[in-house]
Ligand binder design. Structure first.
Ligand SMILES: *[C@@H]1O[C@H](CO)[C@@H](O)[C@H](O)[C@H]1NC(C)=O
Length: 429
């Protein structure tokens, strides 16, 4: 605290006063600097639209080197002599399709993704409405799964069942509700078994039995510890689709329209509109034919990889991506990837996602426009829901849909009414 420039002896300044002087100088600086920074930020924000998405995930380098980058050979499931006679490669893998389900870009602008979903639609009169009876096991099969040990099947789960029976083409469809315990005494389940006996069935999962005849038969990985049930769910969906063929629908989805136009393709979905490098694909909605060689290759890859971590998406998102890359490297046309909004319209930015389903409706610029219209019947949100196929709710089982909110008005109430209508028509026949 010496003043070298002055000849007067050093003067002692009490620490409190010294601090005071310092603080005053800092305040003066802030008084000028803060408004300046604020003004510059505001001007930049006003003139330019910032873009970017912060999503930092750390992947172990060692894991990337070991699991993600190498392309081990496929298991030969597409060799003509190994393809099941039940599966027609020239039709399913190489055949012409009625609809295009991949857009080629991520469709992050406005409502592009929803509008693209709207192109996957049969023209008036194109869909054959012939009312011939089809035996349940020959119909389009849909599968879903409920772990009875995690929670009991109640009202929230019933909404998914209702959405299925209200939106799907029931004379040509059957939903199989899989579980790891008996559900036949559950009153909700019984109600739908009685209402739709040919379009609904229950099954108990027997993993070792389902795995028979696949590269996972008797595999030691079938007995892994898995507390969060992530691996279990990922394995079960592949095994039941392999055995029965059909589409998988996670229990935390609400269907918004008939899935029939999608079923000419074999597909998984895009995880979200950001295309995370290793976490790009999702199996919450997926479709493969019975004994599909794609699934056979998935089992081969599982059987010859390091054990999956629990919990992880090693048998889900990660597996689909590793398989997809191997298919490309052997020049096999890969399965399709449906854009995020087809089934997961909550998985993009605030300005092009559907409104939060568990909160009361708010004025929402993208749906309501300037005239306050948009969330009502026939409004922008209603039309968008009619173009996409499902709303994935990402579990959140403890949350309820607000009474009179958009989910209640545009989906749940209508499903209820439509089921009533369908049951009446059925009764008259
Ligand atoms: C496979 O599909 C093609 C094209 O639809 C058809 O011509 C062919 O007969 C089918 N093959 C079998 C074995 O069903």
């Amino acid at each position: 605290m010496y003043d070298h420039t002055s000849s007067t002896p050093p003067r002692w300044i009490p620490p409190s006063r010294w601090l005071n002087m310092r603080l005053r100088r800092v305040f003066t600086f802030l008084k000028i600097a803060l408004p300046l920074v604020f003004f510059i930020c505001y001007a930049v924000w006003y003139l330019y639209e910032p873009h970017g998405h912060i999503d930092l995930v750390f992947y172990e380098r060692e894991w990337i080197q070991r699991e993600m980058l190498p392309l081990s050979p496929l298991g030969g499931c597409f060799d003509p002599e190994r393809v099941s006679p039940l599966y027609n490669v020239s039709e399913t893998v190489h055949g012409r399709k009625r609809f295009e389900v991949q857009a080629g870009v991520t469709m992050r602008m406005g409502m592009d993704c929803y509008d693209f979903a709207g192109t996957v639609k049969f023209a008036e009169g194109e869909w054959n409405e012939e009312q011939r009876y089809i035996p349940p096991e020959q119909r389009a099969q849909f599968h879903t799964y409920w772990r009875v040990d995690l929670a009991s099947l109640g009202e929230r789960q019933e909404y998914m069942l209702k959405s299925f029976f209200a939106t799907q083409d029931l004379p040509r469809s059957r939903l199989i509700l899989w579980s790891n315990g008996d559900l036949s005494f559950n009153p909700i389940v019984r109600k739908y078994l009685e209402l739709f006996p040919d379009s609904f069935a229950l099954q108990v999962v027997d993993i070792p039995e389902l795995a028979k005849g696949t590269p996972m038969e008797n595999h030691r990985f079938l007995n892994l510890e898995d507390e969060k049930a992530w691996l279990d769910g990922d394995l079960v969906r592949l095994l039941v689709i392999w055995t029965y063929g059909g589409a998988w629908i996670d229990m935390d989805m609400l269907l918004t329209r008939d899935l029939s136009p999608l079923l000419e393709h074999e597909f998984v979905t895009q995880w979200d509109c950001y295309d995370k490098i290793y976490q790009a694909l999702n199996g919450a909605l997926m479709h493969f034919h019975k004994h599909s060689p794609y699934l056979c290759e998935a089992f081969h890859l599982m059987a010859h990889s390091t054990p999956p971590r629990s919990p992880s998406t090693d048998w889900g998102a990660i597996l689909y991506l590793r398989l997809w890359r191997r298919l490309l490297s052997e020049s096999i046309p890969p399965f399709k990837i449906l854009p995020f909004c087809f089934s997961d319209p909550l998985a993009c930015r605030l300005d092009n996602s559907v409104p939060e389903p568990f909160e009361p409706d708010r004025r929402d610029a993208k749906w309501t426009g300037r005239r306050g219209a948009g969330l009502e019947e026939g409004g922008a949100l209603d039309r968008a829901l009619g173009k996409i196929f499902a709303v994935h709710l990402h579990n959140r089982w403890d949350r309820a849909f607000p009474k009179g909110g958009w989910v209640d008005r545009l989906l749940l109430k209508r499903h209820e009414e439509e089921i009533g209508r369908r049951v009446r028509i059925d009764g008259e026949l």
